[in-house]
Design a protein around this ligand. Structure first.
Ligand code: C2E
Ligand code: MG
Ligand code: MG
Length: 752
């Protein structure tokens, strides 16, 4: 049951109950006051009745005495006035005096006994007294002094006065008694009843005769011993009933009016508005999110509606915010994976209609995120991601979106980019954006990223496209980082193959299967042996020999490369120590990944290896590729300087192939440059320009250069002509195992 029905029901119930209580109290009060009023009325009526009775008796006594104490009457009783009766006792005299009957006599002899009898037509006549009446009167004639009182005649009370018959002067009593009666029947009492406003009845004492209503039985004065006068002052019950009916009706009408008025008022002011509120709320819940409850005034309910509106508004805001946040990355405020997915779904849908305008999905993975976190802390890592997020967002047209998927992964959906060329150009731009140097905690960072690309098409869902782009990104990382790869169907299998290879490589490193072969480096001016480069070699039992071009990038995905480099260094030093002993002055260059340079253990590890094989630090040169060199500068320079204190030097490998800023060559102490093979190849093709420029530059910086990949004597001579100090290549010798290199060195002519 609703609050409205319950409240109205309760009000009706309470008001009805209070009406009943009020009626009962009123009725009781009414009855009490009625009773008091009745008592007073009875007292009044009773004394009036007594008075009237006394007067009636006095009047009767007067009339009786007038007849009894009269000479004519005495004469008559003594037989001297024969016409006495005819003259004096006439119907008229009876009527005038109101007499009912007259008797004259003494005990044993009654001379006269007459009563007035009225006929129905209003006439009356005098007739002899009925015998029963006479019998009632006889005892009354016995008292010689007379008397007065009520006697019972039939059912009626008769008032009588008896006076002895005497002369007018009171003498001559002869024992005769004159007795006069008036009837006290209904008819005779009608007039006094009217006058007294009360009913009067004479009843024999102890009789059960009653008059309706309140009564008081008067104790009558002497002579009425056997009689009661019952006085009734109206019908109390009837009056009480009338009073109560009136009170009841009033209460009922008042109650009804009260109930209706209260209910209507309450309904109008509160209940109907409450149900409006609840209806409104129900509508709000199911309908328009921006609808509001009506507020018309400023009473409590209006304020409640207002408060609900505000609550709903803030709830709506919170929900919208939660919705927004569920699609946004908190750190960069870019869309997150979910946001990207939704956008991608739309892009896929769009590709159904316009395949020629389909979007490309770029999956971007930063190459150095872990290192930044490790070295500069997570706050710096976060700042880096935020900066990249800003750069990406700023670089995109409104039709494209960039999202952060978590960790160091970003993704872009590029509208209208459905060809490999277009997507590749955009990916290059993204790489440019990533590479733009960044200053973090006073550290200058140069970042790189690997990008995988897939294309929206109707038959692939978002999850598939993301997996494809991810696979392509992984492939890009494997082929050397800092580049992009477009997904093709063979890629997936290849990536799976790489994963298996990584597992085999880990086993190989842990079980010491990696060798450090040595490739000779010669002084180009005279062709004399100057040193060796250590190159990692791995022969997998199942797969056979695997090129470092394949397994080094796999190892560089994680910390495996640090172990691998340490192992190669140790093996190479073991092979190199006797070669050095044989030819003092030789040097050994060992490839060292940036990850190993970033490891705080590098210095101790290198020093230990040198000590283990009894090789002086001066003989060791650590090569680091130009692209990896100084990716984050934190600690690099310090570490290199500590190694330099031990005589160890650092060479920049593959110089010219990357994009090193030359300025940095001064900041980090590099002792040597290795000219990338691609320049040397150009040299053989008759284009010495760049190689020559680099060699000049190195000479300007007083850095010796080792040219890589010299396959012919001509190229060797050409480089010698360009004042390149050292050279390395198949022309001088291929990488050799520890076993063969010793014999090879022995076969060389001794230096002069
Ligand atoms: P890199 O350091 O530039 O090594 C020189 C590469 O050129 C070697 O390839 C070598 O075999 C090859 N090479 C030398 N002379 C010639 C030539 O006349 N013609 C041709 N075509 N190639 C020549 P490799 O051994 O396959 O190594 C490839 C790359 O793998 C190395 O390039 C180096 O960056 C990396 N690497 C090799 N060993 C290690 C290692 O122990 N640690 C690390 N971190 N990287 C290594
Ligand atoms: Mg090298
Ligand atoms: Mg190289």
């Amino acid at each position: 049951m609703g609050i409205r029905k319950r409240t109205l029901g309760t009000i009706a119930l309470v008001l009805a109950a209070s009406m009943v209580v009020s009626f009962t109290i009123s009725a009781l009060a009414l009855l009490a006051s009625d009773r008091a009023h009745d008592q007073a009325e009875i007292v009044r009526a009773s004394s009036a009745a007594e008075e009237w009775l006394a007067e009636t008796r006095t009047a009767l006594a007067g009339a009786t005495r007038d007849y009894a104490q009269w000479d004519d009457t005495l004469d008559f009783t003594e037989g001297r006035a024969p016409n006495y009766l005819v003259d004096n006792l006439t119907v008229t005299s009876f009527e005038n005096l109101g007499l009912a009957a007259v008797a004259i006599g003494r005990p044993g002899s009654t001379m006269v006994a007459l009563q007035r009898i009225a006929a129905d037509d209003g006439t009356a006549e005098l007739a002899p007294l009925a015998d029963e009446t006479t019998a009632v009167f006889l005892p009354l004639l016995a008292d010689p002094t007379g008397g007065s009182g009520l006697v019972r005649v039939g059912d009626e009370a008769w008032l009588y006065v008896a006076v002895p018959v005497t002369r007018t002067d009171g003498s001559g009593a002869n024992g005769m008694i004159w007795l006069s009666c008036v009837r006290m029947g209904e008819a005779q009492l009608a007039s006094p009843q009217r006058l007294l406003s009360a009913r009067i009845a004479f009843v024999p004492r102890g009789s059960s005769a009653s008059i309706e209503g309140l009564r008081r039985e008067l104790e009558l004065a002497g002579g009425f011993q056997d009689w009661d006068v019952v006085v009734s002052a109206g019908s109390r019950d009837a009056r009480a009933h009338e009073g109560l009916t009136a009170v009841g009706a009033n209460t009922a009408v008042l109650g009804l009016v009260l109930i209706i008025a209260t209910a209507a008022l309450l309904n109008r002011l509160v209940l109907s508005r409450l149900s409006q509120l609840s209806d409104g709320l129900a509508t709000l819940r199911s309908g328009d999110a921006h609808a509001r409850l009506p507020v018309e005034g400023n009473d409590e309910l209006d304020r409640l509606a207002h408060a609900i509106n505000e609550l709903l508004a803030s709830d709506r805001e919170l929900r919208e915010q939660a919705e927004r946040e569920a699609r946004r990355d908190a750190l960069t405020d870019l869309p997150n994976r979910r946001g990207l997915r939704e956008h991608l779904d739309l892009a896929i849908q769009a590709s159904r209609g316009q395949p020629q305008a389909a979007s490309a999905l770029l999956f971007i993975d930063l190459d150095q995120m872990k290192r930044v976190n490790d070295q500069l802390g997570h706050v710096a890592g976060d700042a880096m991601l935020q900066e990249l997020g800003r750069r990406f967002a700023a670089a995109l047209p409104p039709s494209d979106i960039v999202a952060r998927l978590g960790g160091d992964e970003f993704a872009m959906v590029l509208a209208n980019t459905c060809t490999t060329e277009a997507a590749g150009a955009r990916a290059e731009q993204v790489l440019e954006v990533v590479r733009r140097p960044m200053e973090l905690l006073s550290t200058r960072l140069e970042l790189g990223a690997s990008i995988g690309i897939s294309f929206c098409r109707p038959d692939a869902d978002a999850a598939t496209l993301m997996k494809e782009a991810d696979t392509a990104m992984y492939a890009a990382k494997l082929t050397g980082r800092g580049r992009f790869t477009v997904y093709d169907r063979s890629m997936h299998a290849r990536v799976l193959g790489e994963l298996a290879l990584e597992s085999a490589l880990r086993t190989a490193i842990r079980s010491g299967q990696i060798r450090g072969d040595l490739q000779p480096i010669v002084r180009l001016s005279n062709g004399e042996l100057a040193g060796y480069e250590a190159l990692a070699r791995w022969t997998d039992p199942q797969r056979g020999p695997i090129s470092p071009v394949v397994f080094i990038p796999i190892a560089e995905q994680g910390p495996l490369i640090v172990e691998l480099d340490g192992q190669v260094l140790d093996r190479a030093l073991a092979a190199f120590a006797p070669l050095l002993a044989d030819r003092p002055g030789l040097f050994l260059t060992v490839n060292t990944s940036a990850r190993r340079f970033e490891s705080p253990d590098l210095v101790a590890d290198v020093i230990q290896s040198l000590a283990r094989h009894g090789v002086a630090g001066e003989a060791l040169i650590l090569e680091v590729t130009e692209t990896q060199f100084g990716r984050s500068e934190d600690g690099w320079a310090d570490r290199v300087r500590t190694l330099m204190d031990q005589g160890v030097r650092v060479a920049l490998d593959d110089f010219g192939a990357g994009y090193s800023s030359l300025g940095r060559l001064r900041q980090v102490p590099v002792a040597m440059l290795k000219l990338d093979r691609s320049f040397v190849v150009h040299l053989s093709e008759g284009a010495p320009g760049l190689a020559e420029a680099i060699i000049r530059l190195a000479s300007a910086l007083s850095l010796p250069v080792i040219a890589e990949g010299i396959e012919t004597p001509e190229v060797g001579e050409q480089l010698a002509g360009l004042a390149c100090e050292f050279g390395q290549g198949w022309h001088f010798g291929r990488p050799m195992t520890a076993e063969t290199v010793a014999a090879w060195q022995q076969s060389l002519p001794k230096p002069t």
